[in-house]
Design a protein around this ligand. Sequence first.
Ligand code: GAL
Length: 417
Amino acid sequence: MYKILTICNLVFLLCIYLADLSLLLASPAIEVAHWWTSKGEAKAAKFLQNALKKRGYKWKDFIITGGGGGDHTSVLQARVSLGTPPSAVITFMGPNVWDLGSKLKLANLDKVAFRNNWKKKLHPLVNRMVQYKGHYVAVPVNAHRTNWMWINKKVFQKAKAKIPRTWNEFFQVADKIKKAGFIPLAHGGEPWQDATLFESVLLGIGGASFHKKTLVDMNEKYINSPTMVKVFQTMRRLKNYMDKDSPGRSWDNTTNMLINGKAAMQIMGDWVKGEFLLQNKKPGKDFLCRPAPGNQGIFVIDVDAFVMFKVKKKGLQKGQIALAQTLMEPSVQKRFNLIKGSIPSHLGVSSKGFDSCGRQSMRSLRKDKVVPAFAFVQANTPTSHKAMVHLITSFFNSDMPTKDAAKNLALMARISK
Ligand code: GAL
């Protein structure tokens, strides 16, 4: 009797497997363009692929190389002009989505958004930034906080250093760490990483309202100001605390310097946590997360949003809806963000299971000042962003006087408006 039952169970499982397989074979593959190639990012992407598979759709990768997003809009435009747009692209919410909307035909996701009441489930800023001309066109899958300072706990203990809360304190601490034989600040010298650091320095010196006036409103009077000169002076000073191999290094190789105990701090978004966790490092024990100096009470938000392109095939259209539903599923957002290092953009997901960094982020998103990330094209247009980041990087890699840098940044803002 027992044997017969076991055989029946096996046959039943086989039938389910075959049904799943036939559904998968019958459905077209959903091609998703993205740049998630670090170990942690790839694991998170794999999780989404499996979640979509459960709804009967295969996810096909279209990798656009370049951490931080690189220049993915131009690659996409090329694909569209060839008449073969991917089904979806992972981009940043807001200006990039609007830019894609103005150049390419996007799928309308209103039905799935209204049916599932996205408006109530998202932070008002996110809800606005996933719409184009009043229609939902993008699905937010996370909320990354970019103004974090990551800390190797042991290095701090060995150097007998205290965690800095302001940029002034940072330099005292960094001197101590340098004397103890460690690299105080691990930094990858790529333009987008320079911009991430710049944004945290700017917020730590000028605060959230200065951020709005300069990087969102691009008010020239505030850009070309003594406060901005101080921001550039601080950036220049930071160079003394980086290693000589910094230029061009990827963010994940930079994080490895903390993981291997060579460096003490990195100012970077919480995708960094994905790398720590993959190497079995524990928050609180091996590494710590704190707001970047002077950034207490400010959440710089970077949301990865899936934009769907208008496709002709009915099967693909259904697949896009299935992808949108998968991505906004609370259990998917929870497990995905536990891997990626970020927190869910779906506000209904409980903080249970998240570590201290995740819970800190969740609290901050609800009660702090939420500021759109300039370094991730969420504060101003892609054109202005490009021009301003170019100037910041040029300054950082030359001996441009700080007063000229502030003046030139204002000029960049004017000509790119
Ligand atoms: C950001 C993106 C994150 C993370 C990071 C590093 O642009 O929003 O999801 O992947 O780049 O590649």
